[in-house]
Design a protein around this ligand. Sequence first.
Ligand code: SIN
Length: 299
Amino acid sequence: MATLSGAVGGLVLRNPVMLAAGILGTTGSSLRRAARAGAGCVVTKSVGASPREGHPGPVVVQVEGGLINAMGLPNPSYKNFQEEIDLARQGGVPVVASIFGDGPEEFAEVASGLDADCFELNLSCPHAERYGSEIGCEPSNVEDITRAVKKSVDVPVWVKLTPNVADIVSLGKAAQRGGANAVVAINTLKAMAIDVETGRPILGNRFGGLSGPAIKPVAIRCVFDLSAALEVPVIGVGGISSWEDAAEMILAGAQGVQVGTALAGGYGIFGEITAGLERYLVRKGLTLMELRGAARKTP
Ligand code: SIN
């Protein structure tokens, strides 16, 4: 049996298949369920400094190849979230807190107010004014925010990057300069859908972020480029719904993968992906480390 366990971005994981931020990460019980279903670690929904209701509905629309969401970062504030992390920890795997803020001070405030095993900095949500990609598209912001959080906590810090830029590698390098333990690529692609009968945008916020199979080739390309350019690990996310998708992401250079939209099909996805990866490694006679980035090597 091939081993999937190992270190990823400062955490030791039983396998590299993680629950992505935002999906089923609102409550401790759903995070715990993902952990018990086989996730290597679980990432919470993003939490910020103050409670937010999020955008008016509809907040999700199904389109060809995926979903567009414009949730608008609804959350109860970090001040009301620690008990969800504590409950999630009963799942027996590391709990990564996804956090957002409007700059270095707010990010540091949120991080130092939570006890989590790792922080994932949401510098990439494409539909929240003053947050996410509005600040995370600028390398100097990414570097300053990463450094501020690193100074305020003593657990690993991951930075989730936006693909809605011309050069994602410059953002990855900024996160690395700021001291990130890993970068996570990619968040959703800015997108919209229009109802042809009403002639109006479907989402309450008009635009949102596209996730699901449609964005997988974009994510693969970003992971390929980032892992070639960075020393810190890259965690791949975007459209992974099978072990083949996970293997493709690892071949591109990912040290771990996150599963989001595919959770719509149920928690069994974690077991399916890890079992498929194990069989694939045995069939190929490779270790996970040998698989990683193999697509980048010249023949
Ligand atoms: C949300 O909670 O609004 C989505 C988060 C994201 O796109 O990063």
